[in-house]
Design a protein around this ligand. Structure first.
Ligand code: CP3
Length: 403
């Protein structure tokens, strides 16, 4: 089955008894968690029910994982970048109760609940950890905050001395125990009905936040550093790379079945600078993952990456996640067929009438064929996307069969 069926569809009394048996402890655990979690729309019964059902289907790995490995699959799997979050009413309701991003992503019961929201509503084939690329920073000595309107906020690091409090962490279970618990709980809940994805930010993109102190349009501070004090930037990137490699492996050890690595802002670099400040540090992270977990598929995403396709294909990842500036055919012609593809519907298409969403989605599926492809958007879903349109996108992919 591909999505959790409604509770009333369970008719078999034996199954009901099983559900009751498994749900009871889970429900009482939630209740005993006390007022902090009171009112969480956990929909525990449904999760438990799908747990039971998916356990009956343990023989085969979940669809997205098999597709990510390059196996021939019965249909294309689908998920959406930034699928858990602001575009969903259930998420906005939870924000009222847990107003800061740090608590929503660092209280495991809450981050688990948010991670599950798009899986429950749309039946997506991938369930991504609700977290942020900045989440591991305190575990390496860098504090951050996320303001609801302005986004990430950090104390800018622009001198060698400012790097002194950064360190390489070797115990991520201690630094980010909530990530371990959330990934484990997600695996237990979704079973084989979806693939659990972990993710990390890559060194260059993380460094843009450390140097700029937050979101940036032109990345001028980090570029100034690149041209005037490259040794500071290299030192920062080196520490980030070592930490992120370990942190990605920790996520896999905790239950992540696929890892998506985001170098979202590396597309703003000239190719020569990309080769010096982005690619070598991506490589450190990818090599660390491949050394410890050669079987775990790695997907790399960069925004505005049309000019970087050949470089991304050579990075050592299993799948390149495309933005919408190239077609699947163009990407394959330039990258060869050894690397798989993810994407690449323009998230703005999700504002179109349903028949256009279907047409554009099916055009991509047809071009991709049944060959090493995971359907997704070309970047994160926009906050004002109507939920019915997101659902129509997912439904379209799941109904499509390759000739
Ligand atoms: O969008 C990307 O390019 C993906 C990589 C990335 C993430 N966070 C992953 C993420 C980047 C570049 C960030 C930085 C960041 N963190 C931003 C972008 C700001 C900028 O510079 O333009 C923001 C707004 C945050 C804070 C943040 N992260 C919020 C408020 C939320 C939840 C709400 C929402 O709808 O965005 C996140 C969640 C988040 N960041 C996820 C991921 C993969 C959630 C998991 C998912 O469902 O995909």
């Amino acid at each position: 089955f591909h999505r959790p069926p409604p509770m009333h569809s369970i008719r078999n009394p034996c199954c009901v008894a099983l559900v009751a048996l498994i749900c009871l402890p889970a429900t009482s655990a939630y209740l005993s968690a006390g007022s902090l979690f009171a009112g969480l729309p956990t929909n525990t019964a449904r999760s438990c029910q799908s747990n039971v059902l998916s356990n009956l289907n343990m023989a085969e790995d979940p669809l997205l994982l098999r597709a990510a490995r390059g196996e021939t699959v019965e249909r294309s799997p689908v998920w959406m970048m930034r699928q858990a979050g602001r575009h969903m009413q259930v998420y906005r309701d939870l924000v009222k109760k847990y107003p800061t991003f740090r608590e929503r992503s660092e209280i495991p019961e809450v981050s688990t609940e948010i991670s599950l929201q798009p899986w429950r509503s749309y039946g997506v084939d991938g369930c991504i950890l609700f977290s942020d690329i900045l989440t591991p920073l305190p575990g390496m000595g860098v504090e951050f905050d996320i303001e609801e309107k302005a986004g990430p906020k950090l104390k800018p690091m622009r001198t060698m001395e400012s790097l002194e409090h950064m360190y390489v962490n070797s115990d991520w279970t201690k630094a980010t125990p909530f990530v371990k618990q959330t990934l484990g709980d997600l695996r237990k809940t979704v079973g084989n009905s979806a693939t659990v994805l972990g993710f990390v930010g890559l060194p260059y993109t993380l460094a843009t936040y450390l140097v700029e102190g937050g979101t940036s349009k032109e990345y001028l501070e980090i570029k100034k550093m690149m041209y005037t004090q490259p040794q500071i930037l290299h030192k920062m990137l080196e520490t980030l790379a070592e930490n992120i490699g370990n942190y990605a492996n920790f996520q896999i050890d905790s239950g992540a079945q696929v890892i998506q690595i985001f170098d979202s802002w590396a597309g703003s670099l000239a190719p020569d600078d990309y080769d010096i400040f982005a690619a070598p540090y991506q490589r450190i992270v990818i090599d660390a993952i491949k050394k410890k977990h050669p079987e775990t598929p790695v997907i790399m995403y960069i925004a505005k990456s049309g000019h970087l396709l050949e470089r991304m294909a050579k990075s050592g990842v299993d799948i390149v996640s495309l933005d919408w500036t190239v077609t699947i055919d163009e990407a394959r012609a330039r990258m060869g067929t050894k690397v798989g593809l993810q994407g690449n519907l323009d998230p703005a298409v999700l504002y179109a009438p349903h028949h256009i969403i279907k047409e554009r989605t099916e055009a991509i599926l047809k071009m991709a064929g049944n060959r090493h492809h995971v359907m997704n958007l070309g970047h994160g879903i926009e906050a004002t996307t109507p939920e019915a349109n997101a659902k129509h996108f997912v439904d379209t992919v799941q109904a499509y069969r390759h000739a």
